[in-house]
Write a protein that binds this ligand. Structure first.
Ligand code: TYD
Ligand code: MG
Length: 451
């Protein structure tokens, strides 16, 4: 019997090592080396029968003719936006997300709605389970084929028979290839099966959507190089207890990574949220203390987001600071600015901050709304509901200008706000907007205007 060959892989970067070592010499990570069984054969091809003898020609850059990459309209506006106006032919898209977040639902929904022949390969659910899900989604497509299979050679055989326009793999961790003996989900299997799929995709110009699991730390399970190999890495995230789900691109060779898709998980599948500002601002009858609305931007899209703060006297010696959806270090910084520049004694107070809707905001323009919500809760005085904020707060308490102010003002106007508070340093044309613009330059001005 042939001796089983094993080798050592780094779980972080996928480098192969001849023996176990504590620290990967390629990426310098500790404790990432695992032993895996491999059995490599030399002649490997996604289509075993045709040996690829074609050699690519070299060309001068000036002579290369460009063609706009062909895109398939997924008929899902939010997904199209994140991908950059559609699914590029011959591209590989990796979709990651926590278990139960809705990856399979999203992809099945697209498979059912798109005007193309889709082969949905599932290694996780049976055909009848997928059918039950499709019934929940209340849509059908004659051109949606379901296959339950995990061996790539068999998948390619079916692809050869059915000629799909789009291939979906749910999930890459269940795949295995005949040429390697390691178990499905291991680094060498993920690497090899993905490489076979990528080769297939590039040679036939068929887009492939790979669903990937993520690890406890939140990165896509498998070697990091998988993310380098694919064209687009999408992350589907959100709080499982909330209904909103956010789709964002971590990497996109064909578009911007700043775009964001928002969905709502309903009993009948994922609904696209096309005007997120309206759903992100909670409805309330009376003015509440500790809330402020910010005009932020996510990618190219303006979003009105509600910031909620609670400031209360600390029960224990060390006050607590907690922030959901906002950088805690930045919160501490803003509290220090309020203490030093505006004279508020927040050092002995607990401060809790929450961005409504389960969003994570990195746009610095939200700073002013954070400051105002904290002040509002601290003073126990509500901020009127007709005002919103868009400015960054600096270390010396100065209110700084933010980019693309025009879009923010227009969104605020569209949603019916009467006033918007901005930095004095933002250049705004006179008489262009109906909304009243309040300009401030220091934290002290903000306090004067509001309280
Ligand atoms: P699923 O797509 O199976 O998640 P993943 O593939 O990321 O593991 O999503 C499953 C969850 O979605 C499950 O908890 C039920 C919920 N769900 C709905 O709320 N509505 C629906 O129409 C469907 C199909 C699922
Ligand atoms: Mg799934």
């Amino acid at each position: 019997m042939a001796k089983t060959k094993t080798t050592f892989f780094c779980q972080n970067c996928g480098t192969q090592h001849p023996k176990w070592i504590g620290k990967c010499s390629a990426c310098n990570e500790w404790n990432t080396i695992v032993e895996e069984v491999i059995q490599k054969e030399e002649k490997r091809n996604w289509k075993q029968t045709t040996v690829n003898k074609k050699v690519n020609k070299v060309q001068k850059i000036n002579e290369i003719t460009t063609t706009q990459e062909e895109r398939i309209d997924t008929l899902n506006t939010e997904l199209n936006r994140v991908l950059g106006s559609g699914l590029v032919k011959g591209s590989i898209v990796l979709l990651g997300g926590e278990p139960g977040i809705g990856k399979s639902t999203l992809v099945l929904q697209i498979a059912l709605n798109v005007n193309q022949k889709v082969l949905y390969v599932s290694g996780e659910e049976s055909q009848s389970q997928i059918k039950i899900r499709a019934e929940r989604l209340k849509s059908t497509n004659d051109n949606c084929l379901i296959l339950t299979e995990t061996k790539t050679q068999n998948i390619f055989k079916i692809i050869g028979e059915t000629n799909p326009d789009i291939v979906v793999i749910d999930s890459v961790q269940t795949l295995h290839t005949d040429y390697i003996e390691a178990s499905p989900g291991s680094i060498s299997q993920i690497r090899e099966t993905s490489a076979e799929l990528i080769k297939f995709s590039k040679e036939t110009d068929t887009p492939v959507i790979l669903i990937g699991h993520i690890t406890k730390e939140g990165s896509i399970a498998g070697p990091k190089i998988l993310e380098h190999m694919v064209d687009v890495v999408l992350q589907f995230e959100g709080d499982r207890n909330h209904t909103y789900r956010i789709l964002r691109a971590q990497k996109n060779r064909y578009g911007s990574t700043a775009e964001l898709g928002i969905y709502e998980m309903l009993g009948s599948g994922l609904r696209e949220v096309s005007n997120p500002s309206e759903v992100l601002i909670s409805e309330k009858d009376a003015d509440l203390t500790g809330t402020a609305i910010s005009a932020t931007l996510e990618g190219m899209r303006p979003l009105m987001i509600e910031v909620q703060a609670l400031v209360s006297t600390a029960v224990y010696g060390t006050p607590q600071r907690s922030a959901t959806g906002y950088n805690i270090k930045r919160l501490n910084m803003l509290l220090a600015v309020l203490e030093k520049r505006a004279g508020f004694r927040l050092g002995a107070k607990d401060v809790f901050l929450n961005i409504a809707g389960g969003l994570k905001v990195e746009d610095p323009a939200i700073d002013l709304a954070v400051v105002c919500s904290i002040l509002s809760s601290n003073e126990d005085e509500a901020i009127p509901q007709n005002i919103c904020f868009a400015a960054e707060v600096g270390l010396s308490g100065e209110i700084r200008a933010v980019t693309r102010i025009d879009q923010r003002i227009l969104e605020a106007e569209k949603l019916g706000f009467d006033k918007i508070m901005l930095s004095k340093f933002n250049k705004i044309p006179k008489n262009k907007y109906d909304i009243e613009i309040i300009k401030v330059s220091k934290i002290e001005d903000v306090v004067k205007v509001l309280f």
